[in-house]
Design a protein around this ligand. Structure first.
Ligand SMILES: Cc1cc2nc3c(=O)[nH]c(=O)nc-3n(C[C@H](O)[C@H](O)[C@H](O)COP(=O)(O)O)c2cc1C
Length: 386
């Protein structure tokens, strides 16, 4: 694999490899993309405290997530249409995660199905659930995840209705892509991508076979989403999901202190502080800015995970400092997937792990458990009350 020193280089390569419609789908935030930008800007505002002359020779990024040991506090998040970044993308990303010893989350809206992935890997993975109106189908999906021995269910709670991403409308996003002149010309310049998709097991939403028609363009996908995704979803449904799911439960998409406190009462095992990577409520605060208040409010009653905006090991350090037990990444690893399939995802994980390791050393910290708010620099801006 070529030399990719950082996630941004993987991103550039993915942009080169993947047809515009799918690369833009991965990049975009909703509406004016204010929250998307805030996710990055607020990470960069948080300055780390440089410490010197501390012996950091014996250090480790290892910890646990949901009681399972991991070499780095990191999980790969759910990505709809992951299999359009690279053929069999979900299988490849899951293999890369498992080879590195970290959790992988398969999306409800994946291209490879739960069963495809389960048959292609040898360890349990996590399954992400979107609750749709057809509760019979949702119950079936949960049972399929249990039958595939998924070790955790991640219930996404911030997408009862979908935030519009303008690029998808402009590009006429379809799954699989339609043979329009513009697309054909684009795809002709991406032969490696086209070959990987042709060789892939599936070309459309694997878990929903029979529930959503092939060649669903974004207008009908938006309509379908509006008709299937359930705006009535509420805390009682979380109870219902908990009653039908035998394993660990993660609630993803918590961005408010009051919601986090309710989440604790559901008996869920973890929450992910997240704004869906800036793809839902535009104008919402960045996830990193809400993390400390949420972590303080829930204490040790529930594991606090965090996603939205993580592109470097220094970002992971900031999230851990502000109360996250572990980080979840989306774009950082799908750039790797688009750049180089399984090897690209492995490289993305390795980059983040190495960067966290060096960041810890330069902050004078040897163990993940020792990362606290004192690793943040006491700059004038950071001293101001939030
Ligand atoms: C292309 C793309 C597709 C996504 N699909 C899903 C999905 O199907 N289910 C879900 O819960 N979250 C989905 N997300 C949100 C991610 O799981 C995660 O919250 C987000 O990517 C984190 O932000 P980051 O990309 O800045 O790391 C998606 C994100 C992206 C970028």
């Amino acid at each position: 694999m070529r030399v990719f020193p950082c996630i941004e280089d993987l991103r550039q390569r993915a942009k080169h490899n993947v047809p515009k419609m799918f690369f833009d789908y991965a990049e975009a935030g909703s509406y004016n993309q204010e929250t998307l930008r805030a996710n990055r800007a607020d990470f960069e505002k948080l300055k780390l405290r440089q410490r010197i002359l501390v012996n950091v020779e014996q250090r480790s990024t290892a910890t646990t997530i949901l009681g399972e040991p991991v070499p780095v506090p990191l999980a790969l998040g759910p990505i709809g249409l992951g299999g359009m970044m690279h053929g069999d993308g979900e299988i490849l990303a899951c293999r890369a995660a498992q080879a590195m010893g970290i959790p992988y989350t398969l999306s409800t809206m994946s291209i490879n199905s739960i069963e495809d992935v389960a048959a292609a890997v040898d360890k349990p993975f996590w399954f992400q659930l979107y609750v749709m109106r057809d509760r019979g189908f949702i119950k079936e999906l949960v049972q399929r995840a249990a039958a595939a021995k998924c070790s955790a269910l991640m219930l996404t709670v911030d997408l009862q209705v979908i935030g519009q991403r303008h690029a998808d409308l402009r590009n006429g996003l379809t799954v699989p892509p339609e043979f329009r002149l513009k697309n054909v010309i684009d795809i002709m310049t991406k032969p490696a991508w086209a070959l990987s998709i042709l060789k892939g097991k599936r070309k459309t939403f694997g878990n929903l076979a029979g529930h959503v028609k092939d060649k669903t363009n974004i207008n009908s996908l938006a309509k379908w989403t509006a008709s299937q995704f359930d705006p009535t979803l509420n805390w009682k449904d979380v109870e219902w999901i908990k009653s039908i799911w035998p394993g660990k439960l993660i609630l993803k998409g918590i961005l408010d202190v009051d919601d986090a406190k309710i989440a604790v009462t559901t008996g869920a095992d973890a929450i992910s502080v997240s704004n869906h990577g800036g793809r839902q409520l535009d104008g919402a605060p960045s996830a990193i800015s809400m993390l400390p208040r949420i972590a303080d409010a829930v204490g040790s009653e529930i594991e606090v995970l965090m996603d939205s905006g993580i592109r470097t090991g220094a970002d992971m350090m900031r999230a851990l400092a502000l109360g996250a037990r572990a980080c979840i990444v989306g774009r950082s690893y799908i750039y790797g997937l688009g750049a180089g399939g399984q090897a690209g995802v492995a490289r993305a994980i390795e980059i983040l792990k190495n960067e966290l390791d060096i960041t810890m050393a330069l902050c004078g910290v040897s163990r993940v458990a020792d990362i606290g708010r004192d690793v943040l620099a006491s700059t004038e801006e950071q001293r101001r009350p939030q």
